[in-house]
Every structure is written in C-alpha cells, then in structure tokens.
Design a protein around this ligand. Structure first.
Ligand code: SF4
Length: 368
C-alpha cells in the first residue's frame, strides 16, 4: 500500500499514529491536485485500490443514509470516515460513485469527526431517540483497520461515552484474535459480515475473506462480547442459487446463539447504468449481468420481480423457523415483496425503522 498525506493533514492525530507505524509515506499538497497516470478510468480504479490518502476533510462526518427512492429503507445513519475500498468486488457500487480514484481516510476524524458525532449523540439522547450508526457505506468498515485503526477508536469511544446508540461495522474481511484481545466487549457494537455463497465469493468478490473465515471471525466477535449481524447482499441469481443461499443461512443459524444476532438483511443484486460500463471493462469475465434486468423506480436495474421473489422465497422456510428470535429485513425492496414473502401487510420504512430501533434499544439496555 502506498500512503500519501496532505500537507495540511500532517498534524492530525490519526496521521501521527499512521506515521509511527513506519510505512513509507509521501507528503502531497492535496488529494485534489494529485497527478494520476494518464490511463483509462477503469485502470485508475485498480491503481487507486493500492493508494491511501490521508485527507484533511471539510465535509460532514455524520449523515442519514440516502436510501433509495420509492423502496422501503431502514433509517440508518452513517459515520463517514473515508471513501474507497482495497477489496475488489466486481459489483461494487463505489466504482461508479466517485470521479477520482484512491482510498481516502479523513485525517481529522478524531479532532472533528468524533466531536461532531458526540454532539449528535447527545442531542439524540436528549430527545430520547435511539440511533443506529454504521461506517460501511462508502468503504468496507474494517479493510484498512491494520493501518488506520478507526474501528478500534470508535469501540473505545462507545465504551467511554456510553451513547444510547448502536454502532455497526460492515465488512468482508477476517479479523485476527489479536484485534479481539484489545477489548472487553460491548453488545452495542455490532460486527456485521456481508455473506454470499462460496461461488459468488470466489467469482465476484476479489481479495475478500472466504465464507468460512468470515463466519469464524463472527464467532470470535460474539465470544469477545460483541453482537453480530449478517447481510445477504447482493443475492445473485444463477443456477443453483436457490439451493446454495439457504445453505449459507442454515450455517449461520446453526452456529450462532440467535440472541447474539442483531439482524439479518437480504437484498438482491441491483446496479446503476454507469456501474455496468465500468464492470464490463474491469471484469470482462464476470457473469454478474448475465440475467435480464428491469429498471426500478429509483433508476437502478434489478431482477424481474418473479426472480427476486423466487430468491427470497428460498430463505423462507428457515426464516419462519426462527421468526420470533431473529429480525430479518429486505434492503431496498418494495412493499409487494414484503407482503408476498414476509407476509407483512402495508409495510413501510417507518415500520422497519421502528423494528430495528427495538433491537437497538434491547442491545443498549443489555449493555447497561
Ligand atoms: S467489500 Fe464492499 S466496499 Fe469493498 S469492494 Fe466489495 S462491495 Fe465494494
């Protein structure tokens, strides 16, 4: 990994900690003025996955998840610590999100970001509002952890400030025992793994941990006193998918104490038009687009409703068996599928947020 530090970010404590680790570091005037090679953008994305920029960030650190128009969303909040991911999933939406490549981490996160979050947490507490906060929206929450140790800082922050909020890290990496040994555990901190079938992990999720390694890390998270969660996202349609996805769910349900699973989400593959062009250039052998898709009301392409329904239905038997113990939800799906698969009539974003808030509430209470 090459590390670049903006001159104005040098004095920040996160930068100072990275510098102490003795990685070779180059000082640059700014990320904005960094001169990239004259190669096609698709190649720049690949180059950017090996270049980490510590940036003096001027934007907002805390924000509501944008969700997607006309679909049921969960009312999540994002603590924005940086952008980009060194892992390389063919379907990754981040490839089309940013018009400049590279991995960026906000060097002023501790001085400015933590302060901003503390204010918001206090304000929510005053209004008796529980918050669900995640860091994995524009990055994998833990892929850069050995270098920047942001999750570690947040876990200590949660321990010290005791906010009435849960914090979720979403990842596809495995985590060493050394990491878990640092903490005394906290049920309000949720380690969530995006899971998939071995086939999709092998074919479409480059540089990520195997399913076994992800589940092993999740077990260690639970053993260390944290809560875990799982996201089946994206669920990809292929011959045999309806048999293999439930097998992954079965493995989870058989290997974890159900009360330690905060939630399990399901979301079928969806993409924007811009993403498709990039994926075709970067991953010409990917089979991710080999089905037919329709354009949803949010402008994103999705599988036809019958395929989505078939995929979700394949989980149904197992979901029913544990329905009173584990909360399942669809990520960005429409009302019809909530009703036809989960038998939830007139479901809405408000109802989903309320249901997940109830889980968060219990986790907060159990930590007291
Ligand atoms: S792990 Fe997530 S953020 Fe990283 S490349 Fe894969 S989809 Fe993108």
């Amino acid at each position: 990994m090459e590390i670049f530090v903006e001159e104005s970010a040098l004095s920040h404590s996160l930068t100072q900690e990275v510098l102490k680790k003795e990685y070779p570091v180059k000082i640059i005037s700014s990320y904005k003025d960094f001169e990239w090679e004259w190669v096609p953008f698709s190649e720049l994305i690949t180059l950017g996955k090996r270049r980490l920029f510590l940036v003096n960030y001027k934007g907002r650190f805390f924000r509501a998840c944008p969700g997607t128009k006309n679909y049921i969303c969960c009312g999540y909040h994002i603590f924005h610590f940086g952008e980009g991911c060194p892992l390389d999933c063919s379907y990754c939406i981040l490839q089309s999100y940013f018009n400049r490549p590279g991995l960026k981490v906000w060097a002023n996160l501790i001085e400015d970001g933590f302060q901003e979050m503390e204010k918001i947490l206090k304000d929510a507490q005053r209004k008796k509002r529980i918050l669900r906060i995640g860091t994995g929206e524009f990055a994998d929450s833990l892929a850069l952890e050995p270098i920047v140790e942001i999750a570690e800082k947040l876990i200590y922050f949660w321990e010290e400030k005791k906010p009435f909020a849960v914090l979720e890290f979403k990842t596809k990496v495995s985590i060493s025992q050394e990491f878990w040994n640092k903490f005394k555990g906290n049920p309000k901190v949720i380690f969530a793994w995006s899971v998939n079938t071995e086939k999709i992990i092998k074919e479409e999720e480059r540089n990520t941990a195997s399913l076994e390694a992800r589940l092993e890390s999740a077990k260690n998270a639970v053993k260390s006193g944290f809560t875990c969660a799982f996201h089946f996202d994206p669920i990809v349609f292929y011959e045999g998918a309806e048999k293999e996805y439930p097998q992954v769910l079965e493995k989870i349900l058989n290997n974890f104490p159900l009360e330690k699973i905060a939630w399990i989400s399901l979301g079928t593959f969806r993409y924007s038009k811009d993403l498709k062009k990039i994926v075709e250039k970067r991953f010409p052998h990917s089979k991710i687009f080999s089905e037919e898709f329709i354009e949803g009301v949010d402008g994103k392409k999705r599988y036809f409703i019958e395929i989505r329904k078939k995929l979700y239905q394949s989980f149904k038997k197992l979901m029913k068996e544990v329905q009173n113990q584990v909360v399942f939800y669809f990520c960005m799906e429409n009302e019809r599928l909530w009703e036809e698969v989960l038998e939830e009539k007139y479901f809405s974003s408000e109802k989903l947020a309320k249901r997940l808030d109830e889980v968060a509430f219990k986790l907060c209470r159990s930590a007291e």
